[in-house]
Design a binder for this molecule. Structure first.
Ligand code: XMP
Ligand code: MG
Length: 184
């Protein structure tokens, strides 16, 4: 299936049923790893809202949840590399087991910045749970990335929380941008 968003055409890449299945497995892994602990899940808005909701339904350990926002991308389709600030970090993370929930890790610039900020709060542990990872795009190794839904090629994706120019976050499946072969 294809969708048109503004000037670009996207084709279906990851169906929701597949995302759901993978999310269930991530939940099982988290339930084992965080047994007898009370982790704090921090969802990075806006992109992670659907993934966070589905993931939390698979996590059965007692957990705390919060959402933060990192101002960086501003609805463009390429990384500006400019990460400004973290908004909404209102939980005391000292001594806590923190799990950052991301929609996608692309260059890793956003995450590196976020990790620096969170480490200053002296949590007991930090792990990243990201639905998508673009390994070819990652600029430096981030050892905290412990849970990955899918590794994907270096292509722009939209849907299931991810947007193109602010649009398409509500799409149930994930779509990838198909460049027009006649474009140079
Ligand atoms: P970096 O490069 O800092 O990017 O790891 C992290 C944030 O950039 C956004 N991003 C995307 N959004 N489709 C999107 O809709 C993409 O293919 C894409 N790649 C990066 C996203 O907000 C992510 O958290
Ligand atoms: Mg994001």
């Amino acid at each position: 299936m294809k969708v048109q968003i503004e000037d670009k055409e996207f084709s279906c890449f990851l169906e929701y049923e597949k995302i759901k299945k993978r999310t269930r497995l991530l939940g099982i892994q988290l339930n084992v790893d965080y047994e007898n602990r009370v982790p704090v899940f921090i969802g990075v808005l806006n992109g992670s809202f659907l993934f966070m909701a589905d993931l939390m339904k698979e996590v059965h350990v007692t957990a705390e949840m919060s959402f933060i926002k990192v101002s960086s991308y501003m609805g463009q389709d390429t990384s500006s590399g400019v990460v400004k600030s973290v908004i909404g970090l209102d939980i005391d993370l000292k001594g806590r087991d923190v799990i950052i929930v991301e929609d996608i890790v692309d260059t890793g610039i956003t995450l590196s910045f976020l990790l620096d900020v969170i480490k200053k709060h002296e949590p007991a542990s930090i792990a990243i749970c990201t639905l998508l990872l673009k390994p070819q795009s990652l600029q430096h190794e981030i050892e905290e990335i412990a849970y990955v839904g899918f590794e994907i090629p270096n292509e722009f994706v939209v849907g299931y929380g991810l947007d193109y120019k602010g649009l398409g976050r509500n799409l149930r499946d994930i779509y990838r941008f198909v460049p027009d072969p006649t474009d140079t």
